[in-house]
Design a binder for this molecule. Structure first.
Ligand SMILES: [Zn+2]
Length: 312
């Protein structure tokens, strides 16, 4: 067992820069073992900033892909690892998440596709519709389904041991756009994540952390852990490395969308929207989302951020 895991770990190594040249991440993370080593999570960059997460059972030599804009990189990673792609877990129905299903349409008869029951008709090849609170087995390990709407209706997240696959709901230092909304649904989803153990890995679907941190700093510039996260993120990104996965603990400390009780953030909102009241969590959350969507923070120069360029 140990030997087969280490073989898998060697299969995708940071520094395979030629393969991911067009992706924000050119050096993917090393695989992360979960469920006492029964599964390893592999980060597969795809398109410009998507991540396909491969959940691999070294023992069974099988893999499940969580979402994907297409199948190319996931299949190439499976080939390198010597495993078969037997399962797809879809979080939601945006094209850069179910593109992998469409790409594999000729093989979908032999691939077990799991996705949201409430959007069943839009998920190509869906075999197992799931709903909030469902549990099922994946390669001998239990998966829990959470309905986490706000980005898109029917969006589901999957919790396996201490690994959360949250699609476009929670991002590193941010959250998904409220395409379907309303804000109360996203707030509810993030509050459910906030109640997970702090050491839960956050395997979200995009590398957006640096942009999100620029906004986070604009509303909470004195948050020490946020400053440290910015420093660390700028170092990682300067080397083409990923900032994902993060953890629930880190998001609670630095993600403004999970920090509606922060006095500093509330003061920043009062300044931005002087006519508004911020008596409830929901009002604060909705205003954070609106302020970020204005994208004024993108005018902040790197020189203003707490980044020590010397260490990069
Ligand atoms: Zn999406």
């Amino acid at each position: 067992m140990a030997e087969s895991i280490s073989t898998l770990e060697r299969a995708i190594q940071p520094g395979q820069t030629d393969e991911y040249m067009n992706h924000a991440v050119t050096s993917p993370r090393l695989p992360i073992p979960i469920a006492e080593g029964q599964l390893t999570i592999h980060q597969v960059p795809a398109w410009q900033d998507n991540f396909v997460w491969l959940i691999v059972s070294p023992q069974r030599k099988e893999a499940a892909a969580v979402d994907g804009p297409d199948a190319k990189e996931a299949l190439a990673a499976c080939a390198r690892l010597g495993v078969r792609l037997t399962t797809i877990l879809n979080t939601h129905t945006h094209g850069d998440h179910i593109g992998i299903n469409t790409d594999l349409s000729e093989k979908l008869e032999t691939i077990h596709v799991i996705g949201s029951a409430s959007r069943a008709r839009e998920i190509p090849g869906l075999k197992q519709p799931v709903s909030d609170g469902d549990q099922f087995e994946l390669f001998g390990t239990t998966v829990q389904v959470m309905l986490t709407e706000g980005h898109l209706n029917g969006h589901v997240s999957y919790l396996i041991d201490n690994a959360l696959f949250c699609g476009d709901t929670l991002f590193g230092a941010g959250c998904g756009y409220l395409f379907d909304g309303p804000p109360v649904k996203m707030l509810h989803s993030l509050k459910r994540f906030a109640n997970l153990p702090g050491n839960t890995w956050v395997f979200c679907a995009h590398e957006y952390t640096a942009d999100n941190l620029r906004f986070a700093w604009s509303v909470e510039p004195d948050n020490q852990q946020l400053k440290e996260r910015i420093q660390h993120t700028w170092v990682l990104r300067s080397k083409g490395e990923a900032t994902i996965p993060s953890t629930i603990q880190l998001e609670l400390a630095t993600n403004p969308f999970m920090r509606t009780s922060s006095v500093a953030i509330q003061q920043a909102l009062k300044k931005a929207f002087p006519e508004r009241s911020f008596a409830s969590d929901l009002e604060v959350f909705a205003a954070i989302r609106e302020l970020k969507d204005l994208k004024r923070y993108r005018n902040i120069d790197d020189g203003e951020l707490p980044v020590n360029i010397d260490i990069v």
